[in-house]
Design a protein around this ligand. Structure first.
Ligand SMILES: Cc1cc2nc3c(=O)[nH]c(=O)nc-3n(C[C@H](O)[C@H](O)[C@H](O)COP(=O)(O)OP(=O)(O)OC[C@H]3O[C@@H](n4cnc5c(N)ncnc54)[C@H](O)[C@@H]3O)c2cc1C
Length: 490
């Protein structure tokens, strides 16, 4: 049954890329419109292999429990808390959807989610005062009422022993902990969604197939041009979602919608230090976030993460940033240059000039060697031994360059771009990312052609799945905890 107005098309929707964003959108669409037919096109041989893959991101269920960059100090010298509340509420919607699908036997949360304490850790007088103030402010809100604060050395050691081993006791330290944090394997979550969709819904998945172009037809449908192993094919869809990660910007430019002309991309690569030594991995059951060095960008916040990937425990420290011109790990070195167009070249240069410190930071990060990376790790884990750690590439982030009247601005968040008729949506940017995919994709749908005439129907169906317009509800956390189970490391 066609969901949108009747016309000749092969699919109601084509979603480009099989990462967490397209998979989440497909789940929401099929839960709301069970008869919809969707094609997901992926250029690699399986799903979730780019930023969504477990080793390509930190796997933190971002709920603003521990990420100090979500509570910056504003010009008046006060701690800003609104972003923290909004991210917390967004993540709660993800938990709510997972709990709802788990309850109906559609996905298995044990495959991708572990409750893992989230800790913020700082040292030195200034950061101690900041963390104490942040705790006093946030713990007044229901969202953070379980947050604990400690400046007691033995207590912090009991929360995260590796943080304090060999630490100088003369320097003041402080930490906050939220026990109900999460570690999430977003690659496995994507596989859970897709397995269910392909087996139970009108959802097709085409691997090793690249969307190389798209154009709008007179009847407002989209012609999507595909390449599978050299064979070209064109399919028609009423709606298209560009969930191609870093490459969404390129496809957005090819779509030629006027809304896309404002954007360019600035790629940043990432690297982790990884440890597999069982003696250490079994001692650390937390995600410990520190404070970014003054002047460094938000994605540079150092953290030491307990991870559980494919049944094995790891420690991950980073991310270390690097300069690159690729928009995807499996991308091309020409990606950045090919994305420069008449509309965005001046904003791109403007951003370059305005962010010389960032460029210097990226260059300095790129030329680091193993011992200088271990030196950074030692600030978080003084007893670290370089032989226990090796370097691994993380995913690519493509930060948004947005054209303004005065030139360009570099944005570190996420941006949803919709064509005026709602027949195309694109997702740009990387933060807070996969954790808030449910909230982001709900917004994508709210601005899409699917909602044109049936807003009420949409809101009713989606409110059965997730709690929208998140006025915090006391019962959600306890409900999710009992449904998802409290999976601690054993
Ligand atoms: C270092 C790092 C750490 C991060 N840490 C966290 C974290 O702790 N928590 C969190 O919530 N988020 C985190 N993120 C962000 C998160 O990983 C991303 O927001 C999320 O994975 C993006 O998913 P996506 O589906 O948009 O893109 P991707 O996972 O990149 O998927 C895009 C897919 O599109 C495919 N594709 C591209 N072009 C085409 C084409 N032309 N045709 C067909 N297919 C195409 C690609 O092959 C890929 O499979 C982190 C990111 C990085 C880089």
């Amino acid at each position: 049954m066609a969901i949108l107005q009747k016309s000749t098309s092969d699919y109601d929707a084509i979603l480009v890329g099989a990462g967490i964003m397209s998979a989440t959108l497909a789940i929401l669409l099929t839960e709301i419109y069970p008869d919809i037919n969707i094609l997901i096109v992926e250029k690699l041989e399986s799903a979730g292999q780019e930023s969504t893959s477990a080793f390509n991101n930190a796997g933190t269920g971002h709920a603003a429990n521990c990420e100090l960059n979500y509570t910056p100090i504003n010009n008046a010298g006060e701690i800003e808390f609104r972003k923290a509340l909004s991210i917390n509420n967004s993540f709660e919607k993800s938990l709510e959807l997972w709990a709802s699908l788990y309850e109906k036997g559609k996905i298995d949360c044990k495959k991708f989610l572990r409750f893992t304490p989230h800790i913020s850790f700082v040292s030195g007088e200034e950061d101690f005062n900041f963390l104490e103030k942040r705790y006093q402010l946030l713990s007044k809100f229901n969202e953070f009422k379980d947050m604990e604060f400690s400046s007691n050395f033995p207590e912090i050691s009991s929360w995260a022993p590796l943080i304090n081993k060999n630490r100088n006791k003369n320097i003041k330290i402080a930490a906050t902990r939220v026990k109900r944090g999460t570690d999430i394997d977003f690659g496995s979550l994507t596989s859970e969604y897709l397995k269910y969709l392909v087996n139970n819904k009108n959802v097709e998945l085409n691997y090793l197939t690249e969307v190389f172009d798209l154009n709008k037809l007179k009847n407002n449908n989209w012609a999507v041009h595909l390449n599978k192993g050299g064979k070209r094919k064109t399919l028609i869809a009423k709606y298209i979602f560009l969930g191609a990660g870093g490459k969404s910007i390129t496809l957005l430019q090819k779509s030629k919608i006027p809304e896309g002309r404002l954007f360019g991309g600035f790629p940043v690569s990432g690297k982790w230090l990884i440890c597999e030594n069982n003696e250490l991995t079994t001692q650390h059951n937390a995600k410990v976030y520190g404070k970014a060095a003054i002047g460094s960008p938000p994605m540079s916040v150092p953290h030491l993460d307990a991870r559980w990937i494919n049944g094995k425990r790891y420690l991950l420290f980073g991310p270390f940033a690097g300069s690159t011109t690729k928009f995807l790990k499996e991308g091309s070195f020409f990606d950045l240059f090919n994305s420069l167009k008449i509309n965005n070249i001046l904003p791109a240069f403007d951003v370059g000039f305005k962010n010389l410190d960032l460029i210097k930071y990226l260059i300095s990060q790129s030329i680091q060697n193993h011992s200088s990376r271990i030196k950074s790790l030692k600030k978080m884990m003084p007893s670290a031994n370089s032989n226990d750690w090796y370097l691994k590439n993380a995913g690519q982030r493509v930060q948004i360059i947005k054209k303004t009247q005065k030139g360009g601005v570099l944005k570190f968040g996420t941006e949803i771009i919709n064509s005026s008729d709602g027949s195309l949506s694109a997702l740009l940017g990387a933060s807070p990312g996969a954790s808030t995919a449910v909230n982001i994709m709900t917004e994508v749908l709210r601005n899409s052609c699917f909602l044109k005439d049936n807003k009420e129907f949409f809101e009713k169906r989606i409110s059965n799945l997730i709690t929208l317009d998140c006025k915090y509800q006391e019962n959600i956390k306890s409900r999710n905890n009992s449904i998802l189970g409290f999976h601690q490391f054993t």
